[in-house]
Design a protein around this ligand. Structure first.
Ligand SMILES: Cc1cc2nc3c(=O)[nH]c(=O)nc-3n(C[C@H](O)[C@H](O)[C@H](O)COP(=O)(O)OP(=O)(O)OC[C@H]3O[C@@H](n4cnc5c(N)ncnc54)[C@H](O)[C@@H]3O)c2cc1C
Length: 338
């Protein structure tokens, strides 16, 4: 295999490859918005951001290389699910960083940087309006910034940033939702450069949102994004923390703005990650951690040895319950309406 050369996938339509992606993934509304296609497109024609994936001039500009189809986790889609295999599972809280839950995503990244296991990590930060932007972390001190840690319930162009990172650095970490982790594995199978991703940290995930739709929804509830300090989904409730109090409503109310691509996803626990992290299965202020690969185990052992985190038992039952629930509520192929 050459560095950037691939075996072409089989076309299902007599169109350029992006036309195939359009027919098989985008039009049937199973696209996860993982942004792998936008990352890999050699002419940078595929657009992501806060809108559905598109390639405005594909008829003319698509060079028909097949890379977008090759890396798409929804091409020939076979949903993954369950808790997956893991070496160890625990609940923990970083003693050094503050994050969404126990800041264990941040702790894993900081320790990986300090141990020289990775040179840089791609994180998702936010601006005042909670719009996402990717940042490249090379120094654990950057992780003290609370706009860099913590969950943003909006899509982010993570994989294009990962692509830039692997061009520059030999050992990269990144944090992503389960669809991004599956896309990364496909990228690694086709393009050697992505073997430079040494640590893929997966987040537990039920759904994500377009920023514009979420902020419009919250505006109707009287919440301006710039006043939000933290958002969270816990026990079926969406929680918005502001300086002057908290508003809570059932996640069900967001049904109308859950992107259709999330509604066919059954992977709650990011089964293909090196380490998966979420809140389900732990008490408040702690993260549930599933260590899946040897590299993640090395990092977990270093965190323990250095006393960087407080450890407890996590509830496997609680994680299993959410994994099963996601399969149940997101059937694939999707049930026909009516
Ligand atoms: C869209 C979404 C839905 C989620 N749903 C659930 C759920 O249903 N149940 C559950 O238990 N956990 C869920 N999580 C995970 C949970 O919210 C926490 O991120 C997780 O527990 C890790 O907490 P922490 O304190 O260890 O992370 P921190 O140390 O605070 O680090 C958080 C990391 O998440 C990254 N990140 C934030 N937003 C995004 C984003 N939009 N896309 C990619 N990366 C991002 C940041 O770069 C940062 O690295 C979800 C996360 C996301 C992004």
């Amino acid at each position: 295999m050459q560095e950037w050369q691939i075996v072409l996938p089989e076309k299902k339509h007599k169109k350029k490859f992006f036309g195939n992606l359009l027919e098989e993934v985008i039009k049937p509304a199973i696209c996860s918005h993982c942004t792998a296609c936008a990352a890999i497109c050699p002419v940078k024609g595929i657009t992501a951001g806060d809108r559905p994936i598109d390639f405005p001039n594909w008829l003319k500009d698509c060079v028909d290389c097949g890379a977008c189809v090759k890396v798409c986790p929804r091409w020939d889609y076979r949903p993954l699910g369950g808790v997956g295999s893991y070496i160890e599972m625990f609940s923990a809280r970083s003693k050094r960083f503050l994050g969404q839950d126990g800041a264990m995503v941040t702790e894993f990244t900081a320790t990986a940087l300090e141990e020289g296991i990775v040179e840089r990590a791609i994180f998702v930060a936010r601006d005042e309006e909670w719009r996402t932007r990717t940042v490249s972390i090379i120094d654990p001190e950057q992780l003290k910034n609370r706009k860099i840690t913590g969950t943003k319930y909006s899509f982010a162009d993570v994989l294009p940033a990962v692509k830039e990172a692997v061009l520059d650095s030999k050992a990269v970490a990144f944090v992503g939702t389960p669809c991004m982790i599956s896309a990364l594995r496909k990228m690694q199978r086709s393009f050697r450069k992505f073997e430079r991703v040494k640590l893929a940290i997966g987040l537990f995930c039920t759904e994500n949102f377009y920023h514009s739709q979420l902020s419009e929804f919250l505006a109707k509830k009287g919440v301006a994004m710039k006043d939000v300090l933290k958002t969270d989904i816990k026990k079926g409730k969406f929680i918005v923390k502001k300086a002057d109090g908290e508003i809570t409503f059932p996640v069900k109310e967001l049904d109308g703005i859950i992107p259709p691509g999330c509604k066919v996803c059954q992977d709650f626990s990011a089964v293909e990650a090196d380490v998966s992290v979420g809140s389900v299965g732990s008490e408040a202020g702690f993260s549930t951690v599933l260590v899946r690969s040897d590299i993640a185990k090395r990092i977990a052992d270093a965190i323990r040895a250095r006393g960087y985190a407080e450890f407890r038992d996590a509830s496997l039952e609680a994680v299993k319950k959410l994994c099963d629930y996601k399969v149940k509520i997101h059937p694939y192929p999707p049930k026909k309406e009516g």
